[in-house]
Design a protein around this ligand. Sequence first.
Ligand SMILES: [Zn+2]
Length: 533
Amino acid sequence: MCCTLAVTCAASAKTFEQAYQGISASKLHQHVKTISSDEFEGRLPTSAGEKKVLDCLTREFKTAGWQPGNNGSFLQPVELAEVTALAEMKLTIKGKGKSEQFNYVEDMVLGTSRFSELEQIKDSEIVFVGYGVNAPEYKWNDYEGIDVKGKTVVMLVNDPGFASEIPSLFTGSAMTYYGRWTYKYEEASRQGAAAAIIVHETAPASYGWSVVTNSWTGPQYSLYREDGNKGRVQIEGWLSLASTKAMFAQAGLDFTTYKNKAMQGPISKPLGLTASATVKSTVKKSSSYNFIATLPGSETPDEHVLLTGHWDHIGKNDDLPGDKIYNGAHDNATGIGGIIEIANALSSLDKAPKRSVTVIATTAEEQGLLGSKYYAQHPVYALNKTVGVLNLDSLNILGKTKDLVVNGLGKSEMENYLKVAANKQNRVLVKETNPGAGSYYRSDHFNFAKVGVPALYAGGGGKPVDAETAAYRKATLPKMRKCYHQACDEYNPEWDFSGAIQDLQVTFDVLYQVADSEDWPQWSKSSEFQRKN
Ligand SMILES: [Zn+2]
């Protein structure tokens, strides 16, 4: 099914311009339709849907003439710890003469990153730790002078710069990594807390409560570790805003007052309450796979330019009323379809670029960027021979634009190539409209950035090319937002892929330019990332 088109794609010996023009919306429609079909069951890692999507990719890349990218295999095994918290979980807050119980999904979601069937905390002292940030370079430590060992820390999402809108605080309204939930649990673990709970608020999280509950119910994955991940806090979770306000009220405190204090400076405040919680889980060790394919370079094949995109999504939920499958058509069947198109364009060239181009379709991105994290820790190709990485996640379905959004604009010299490619389409590079959402830290390229490989994450724009596109965009955008990580993220034949094609052509162009050069693009001096070698 996936591959019926490949036969027509394998035509050879095209010029760059022919290959560029050959990237087509009709083929992208076919790929996205197939990959997001119910047959793929929402592409949860380790599910039957995984095998379908990996088979599909293998067939496509073989037909396109690419080589297996992992020492003779297209697959790189990624050992996952699968932990499914059971719905019977409880959270009880005691103190000030009261005992309040919070309900699963309605008020809170809890889980554990430990490979453990039972995690329990009993009468663990609750401490509000502001943003839960320990950032020496910003001279900010919410944990300063307090010992939270064995305690339950409660913290706000995002970072003080976002909340206060003070440009000099952190990076102002642009989220830093300190704003991400992944960081907050990591830091709470380093501090030795027993439990870490993040307060949900829609604006600073950049998504609603239902996104939290959808993402946190069902199996959760982490990279499997021999130590069972004992370095992590016992219990991690989220509390709804209303429940947080109720908890502060129980403590005789006003949440908004403390939220305001938290953005003015580092803070920790014991609430005079305790938390008891039980999280029972089923645990399973399982194998998932990154898909890796390479197109060997014609002159320096040991140097690689990477193209990444996650094949996985969040599976299905039989408890949902009506449609039970999270098809993930936009997120990220579009990206995977796009990668297939680019692969065909590259291998159709009359001469391969000097350097190798390597595609990594990652697993378990939705579970915390795990496939890319695993690759970055176990690279098949040496990181000091890895020139740069481009990532595709959720292509533009809103039509052609006059601009091109670069997430984290200004981070690296990869943008020089991007600028040239965008200018060819009469587009200008712009920064993302909502830097507070921290998009740069929310997809697979970020794990490459962390290990020093210049990483580019760009696509779409805010300025439609004409009135007709503007009207289509206006009608489509709210639906797209509403369906983020919901069952309604389904393939729609009406989607205008012309904007996605613009971006795929730009991506193809940048990949080609970087791969066909001898230059080593660097990080900007001001970036928080630098090459490691
Ligand atoms: Zn995605």
